[in-house]
Design a protein around this ligand. Structure first.
Ligand SMILES: *Cc1c(COP(=O)(O)O)cnc(C)c1O
Length: 395
């Protein structure tokens, strides 16, 4: 037998989280997480469940009855969406323009589906004409797309165009809204999205653990009339209906503390107002963008599909991207991230999500990144950048 390990008190560094997630958590959410537990079937918790569902509908802009937090991270709500919609032998059309389209493809294959692709380079959105061509060629049953591609900083515009192409072909649409929900305009009902999923630790600024999912009746009818059971028992929506639907019967023990946290994070969304929250992300991330561009840096995405919640900034020639990331962490306790896949070494990814989307944070990032670049000998005008950030913020 070994001795009891001598593990010290937990003292994480005081980081400012401006990477691709998690984002800074609001103190009210942290406080909600220290609220005493009740049972997951306690009448008081059943009322909390109803409130969370109501707040999620508001945030997704939907009246969908089928709106729940899935136990697990964003990948769990993603797998619940894909694993329930796709049956063996179905065809799912997925994009190639970023990391998360690739994850959609893996999940669809594991569900027994056949995967076909609509191509666009990393760093560009899907062109509706290409989606139309892919439908004509492959007749897929399900279209998946990523509304806010966290790997590239690209916002998919033309969502209603994509959904109408899919519906003209009797297909279902699954939208990845992990980095858009609560930060970037997304209107599930008005834009005719059948299934949308998200995660709590991006624009909702909540710790990971309970992840938003919504399905309209048409999608839920398909799920409930499957010929084969979904391969995951844990994420089978026909079973989860027993807990989150009318019955409120045991399926698994909900992560009660995470549901409390999500409730508080969503209350903050409702207090601010969803449209004002979208505006805030545009304004605050816009100030960051103005500052960085004025300093002499270049955004990877053009303005038409720039994603305010995830700013992809080109690494200037001669600069070592990971040295800058390390410097920011050491000297400023500031987290930003490097590029992935096709954009590895080419961009930095700077999140501006939820509680992190604040004027003081973007001013801090502008100053700190300017300093890191100056230390690397890059030719940047930090003062001009800071003045532009400040001006954009109306200071
Ligand atoms: C973060 C993210 C996910 C996965 O969420 P996890 O919480 O890491 O499981 C899926 N899609 C997109 C676009 C994301 O940014």
């Amino acid at each position: 037998m070994t001795d009891a390990p001598d593990v010290g008190e937990l003292t994480p560094p005081d980081r400012t989280l401006m990477g691709p997630g998690p984002s800074d958590v609001h103190p009210r959410v942290l406080r909600a997480m220290s609220t005493p537990l009740v049972g997951h079937l306690d009448p008081s918790f059943v009322a909390v469940m109803d409130e969370v569902q109501e707040l999620l509908r508001y945030t997704f802009r939907t009246d969908n009855q089928w709106t729940i937090p899935v136990s697990g991270t964003g990948s769990a709500s993603m797998e619940a969406a894909i694993g329930n919609l796709v049956e063996p032998g179905d065809t799912m059309l997925v994009p190639t323009n970023g990391y998360f389209g690739g994850r959609m493809a893996s999940m669809a294959r594991r569900a027994g589906g056949e995967v076909v692709h609509v191509d666009a380079p990393w760093g560009e959105p899907l062109d509706p004409a290409d989606v139309q061509d892919a439908f004509d060629e492959h007749q897929p049953d399900v279209l998946g797309f990523v509304h806010a591609e966290t790997s590239t900083g690209v916002r998919q515009p033309n969502v209603p165009e994509l959904t109408s192409i899919a519906h003209e072909h009797d297909a279902y649409v699954i939208a990845d809204c992990v980095t858009s929900l609560g930060g970037v305009e997304m209107r599930v009902d008005e834009w005719d999205v059948d299934v949308a999923y998200s995660g709590p630790q991006k624009c909702l600024s909540c710790p990971p653990g309970a992840s938003p999912l919504t399905l309209n009746d048409r999608a839920m009818d398909r799920v409930l009339s499957r010929e084969t059971e979904p391969r995951s028992w844990y994420l089978d929506l026909s079973l989860l209906e027993g807990y989150w639907g009318e019955e409120r019967a045991y399926h698994h023990t909900a992560p009660i503390t995470n549901v409390y946290a999500l409730r508080e994070a969503l209350r903050l969304v409702a207090e601010e107002g969803i449209e004002r929250r979208w505006e805030r992300h545009l304004d605050v991330a816009g100030a960051l963008k103005a500052g960085l561009e004025t300093m002499g840096l270049e955004m990877n995405a053009p303005d038409e599909y720039w994603l305010p919640s995830l700013n992809a900034v080109r690494v200037p020639g001669g600069v070592d991207d990971s040295a800058v990331i390390g410097y920011l962490l050491d000297a400023y306790d500031l987290e930003i991230a490097s590029g992935l896949g096709d954009l590895s070494g080419e961009i930095w990814r700077i999140g501006c999500m939820g509680h992190s989307a604040r004027p003081k944070n973007v001013t801090y990032v502008t100053a700190a990144l300017g300093d890191a670049l100056t230390a690397q000998g890059a030719d940047v005008d930090v003062d001009a950048g800071l003045a532009a950030t400040s001006e954009h913020l109306g200071e």
